[in-house]
Design a binder for this molecule. Structure first.
Ligand code: ATP
Ligand code: MG
Length: 243
């Protein structure tokens, strides 16, 4: 029983009274939330409402100004920079709003970078599967500058999935994609969550993308103001209108 509880907490992220301030801007204003293990949560809110800051703090990329973030039960505020980096590398996948690809590396090298940094061996079959599912099988030797914005977005997504992290955080992963590719990427993410028990937290402005999630959190001025469970695109659009 104890093991089971440890296992459960080992794979979730929880935030307690988290704030983040930049000068006099309160980007996060008291966030308390636990992401359910194996759950898929979408985060929506107006530009500047704190979505990226929320993701950066929840994933340990950034330290909150106050409050506590626990990843797998570990209070990351108490870890050294080096330990926090290692924990993140081993348990977290991140898709940045701005892709963050290495220009001198080709697609495959970019995807394998987190494994290489962590000294881990690639699972060739999983790599091929991920590359195929994001539709980049014929682009593995291209560099980012030779790819469209949407293709770069998909490299970033593959890079986040290849380590099989406990939790993937994705900041607008379909923002640069055409509707059809966006739908394929969302279907892939949904399938990864369902098949592997992956926890996924995804920021999006698109009600159609958010509707793939188990629940949608709405942020406004650095606070969680609502949650919709099992939402339809129409319900999401409705709630969005009244934010
Ligand atoms: N490094 C920073 N320095 C100063 N202010 C910042 C910094 N990062 C974010 N902010 C401010 O914090 C607030 C929240 O920003 P954040 O990037 O989290 O918003 P967002 O919801 O992701 O917006 P968008 O939808 O445009 O990406 C904004 O007012 C922003 O100007
Ligand atoms: Mg943002």
């Amino acid at each position: 029983m104890t093991t089971m509880l440890a296992e459960t907490s080992a794979q979730t992220v929880s935030m307690e009274a988290v704030t983040k301030t930049y000068g006099d801007v309160r980007a996060l204003d008291g966030i308390t939330w636990t992401f359910p293990r194996g759950g898929f949560t979408a985060v929506m809110g107006p530009s500047g409402s704190g979505k990226s800051t929320f993701l950066h703090c929840a994933s340990g990329l950034d330290r909150p100004s106050s409050g506590t973030v626990r990843i797998g039960g570990v209070d990351i505020g108490r870890l050294s920079e080096a330990k926090r980096t290692r924990l993140r590398r081993e348990r977290i996948g991140f898709v940045f709003q701005s892709f963050n690809l290495v220009p001198s590396m080709d697609v495959e090298q970019n995807i394998l970078l987190p494994l290489q940094l962590g000294g881990m061996k690639p699972d060739r079959a999983w790599l091929d599967e991920v590359v195929r599912r994001v539709g980049l099988a014929d682009r593995v030797r291209h560099r980012p500058a030779e790819l469209s914005g949407g293709q770069q977005q998909r490299v970033a997504l593959a890079r986040a999935l290849v380590t099989r992290p406990d939790v993937v955080f994705a900041d607008e992963p379909t923002g640069a994609l055409d509707p059809r590719t966006a739908r394929e990427v969302m279907a892939l993410l949904r399938e990864v969550v369902d098949m592997t028990g992956q926890t996924l937290v995804l920021v999006t402005h698109d009600p159609a993308a958010a509707a793939w999630a188990d629940s949608v959190l709405f942020l406004s001025r650095g606070r969680i103001v609502d949650e919709l469970a099992a939402p339809s695109p129409a319900a999401i659009a409705n709630r969005w209108e009244s934010l």
